[in-house]
Design a binder for this molecule. Structure first.
Ligand SMILES: [Zn+2]
Length: 259
């Protein structure tokens, strides 16, 4: 198993690269790219969410606490006083970080349900649904968020699997093959329940057509390929300064909509 630091680093790197590419293709704004990077990083520690009292679990529930506390603030900011808003924020944070966290740990066993491809898909779909319904992100950006959570979580499973290979000793540890699994084979009932919730969530999830069209668009991929490497010198400061001076106009946005 890889440790917390390794998972976070891999998560930041993977989601950072994807978000940068999405921004370069003008699919997301710089703000949304930052948001996607955070989503992917959280995704990269989600599979260990049920590792009781682990840093992962506490960090994830702390992040959820802050996230949902802010969602409540956005909704009520116009209607409540600062004192009420502060109390509400604190109450939601403490409720999720401590109460829900404790409850969650009562009912889960590590390396079970959440350490699987099925769970990764579940995280992605739930994430996209939350972004769309609570943060009012566009369907495309919401699914990008869901996809990056899925990829972050997949990076986690892959790393855990790689760490079960002892490269120095040229042998495979006993844990090999336990990190990457489709679902929790030992608990088919809970995997079935997760599938049901996943399918149920799809009913309130954002529409997928724009996102699918965006991913399928060969123009976008061709454009990304042209943007991959510099045309001339790397980090050409003279050209960079000139371009920055000329780029005061607003950057056009690609919403990925099909019409
Ligand atoms: Zn793990």
């Amino acid at each position: 198993m890889a440790n917390f630091q390794t998972h976070i680093t891999a998560g930041v790197l993977t989601s950072g690269v994807i978000s940068t590419a999405a921004m370069a293709a003008a699919v997301v704004t710089p703000n949304e790219a930052m948001f996607l990077t955070i989503a992917g990083t959280v995704g990269s520690i989600l599979p260990d969410i049920d590792l009781e009292s682990s840093k992962q679990s506490r960090t994830v529930f702390g992040a959820f606490g802050i996230f949902f506390a802010f969602i409540a603030l956005f909704h009520y900011s116009q209607f409540l006083s600062i004192a009420e808003l502060s109390l509400l924020w604190l109450a939601i944070y403490i409720f999720i970080r401590h109460f829900i966290w404790r409850l969650f740990n009562e009912f889960t066993v590590h390396r079970g349900l959440f350490h699987s491809f099925l769970a990764n898909a579940f995280f992605g779909v739930v994430g996209a649904t939350i972004f769309y319904n609570f943060l009012e992100k566009s369907d495309t950006v919401s699914w990008m968020g869901g996809a990056i959570i899925f990829i972050g979580a997949l990076t986690h499973l892959l790393l855990d699997e790689l760490y079960s290979i002892d490269f120095a000793g040229n042998r495979v540890k006993r844990s090999f093959g336990t990190a990457m699994k489709l679902f929790d084979y030992k608990k088919p009932a809970s995997a079935g329940l997760m599938t049901l919730v996943l399918v149920g969530t799809l009913y309130v999830a954002p529409p997928t057509n724009n996102f699918v069209a965006l991913v399928k668009s060969s123009d976008n991929w061709a454009y990304l390929r042209t943007r991959l490497l510099p045309e001339g010198k790397w980090f050409d400061l003279k050209k960079l300064r000139l371009n920055l001076a000329n780029s005061r106009d607003e950057i056009p946005r690609n919403t990925g909509s099909v019409d």
